[in-house]
Design a protein around this ligand. Structure first.
Ligand SMILES: C[S@@+](CC[C@H](N)C(=O)[O-])C[C@H]1O[C@@H](n2cnc3c(N)ncnc32)[C@H](O)[C@@H]1O
Length: 226
């Protein structure tokens, strides 16, 4: 006789997924956080998305660091922020959720078509203030986008940081992150130090340069203009 109810998950993985979904919804209800509600929506609608990796404590800490230094360096008001290599739209969600920031619009660009719907689900509460593009960041017409800040926290994932920066209109304000996590196979262009990162980017003006130590690697960040 089959004693398993039709509503009960059929595998341990299903059970874990359902538990994560319930927990995220509970935390969202308790904290009234639209960001956590977005994470719960992603867990429910996109069970295959690697959202636990994208929102792990190290990722969150380094994006929190980006928000803090961005606010200290350039303030919180932006007409349009363009984030390239935006992945699941975590940084966009954190900027929308942070009361220090009032971006009118954030556009998240990624070459991977699979991340687009996940980023939209996560940022659903932002409505028309959030949009996405599936594109190679080297092929985007940045002049047409008219961003007042371009963010790339995926510099370790692209082969030619200076070549990409050269595509931006001269004087573009940028926030860039890379790291020294050479052991990760998808990192094709790590740097050993923030000085090496600054040498790679060759920004015309540099307002912030620093490092953020995590257990396995140091993340480097530059804020300035091309
Ligand atoms: C692992 S994720 C993000 C890593 C980064 N350290 C972070 O936390 O923001 C890197 C993203 O860059 C994207 N990417 C890589 N090359 C790209 C390109 N040429 N144009 C646009 N997106 C790209 C990948 O598809 C992926 O979603």
């Amino acid at each position: 006789m089959n004693t398993i109810s039709e509503n009960r998950p059929s595998t341990d993985a299903d059970a874990m997924h359902d538990a994560c979904f319930d927990l995220a919804r509970g935390i969202a209800a308790y904290t009234a956080s639209s960001l956590v509600a977005g994470l719960a929506r992603v867990i429910g609608r996109h069970p295959d998305a690697d959202i636990a990796n994208a929102f792990n404590h190290k990722q969150v800490a380094s994006k929190r660091w980006a928000c803090d230094k961005l606010f200290e360096t350039l303030g919180g008001h932006y007409e349009r922020i363009v984030i390239v290599g935006g992945w699941y739209g975590i940084l966009a969600a954190m900027l929308f959720d942070d009361p220090r920031f009032s971006p009118l619009r954030i556009t998240s660009i990624d070459i991977d078509a699979a991340v687009e719907t996940v980023a939209r689900t996560l940022n659903q509460a932002a409505g028309a203030r959030f949009d996405t593009m599936t594109a190679d960041m080297y092929a985007v017409d940045y002049g047409a986008l008219g961003a007042d800040l371009v963010v790339n926290t995926s510099c370790e994932h692209i082969a030619d940081v200076a070549g990409w920066l050269a595509r931006l209109p001269r004087g573009s304000r940028v926030l860039l992150q890379s790291n020294d996590y050479f052991a990760e196979p998808t990192h094709i262009n790590c740097v050993p130090s923030v000085e090496a990162f600054a040498g790679q980017a060759k920004l015309a003006s540099l307002q912030f340069a620093g490092g953020f130590r995590t257990k396995n690697y140091t993340r480097f960040m530059l804020i300035g203009a091309t």
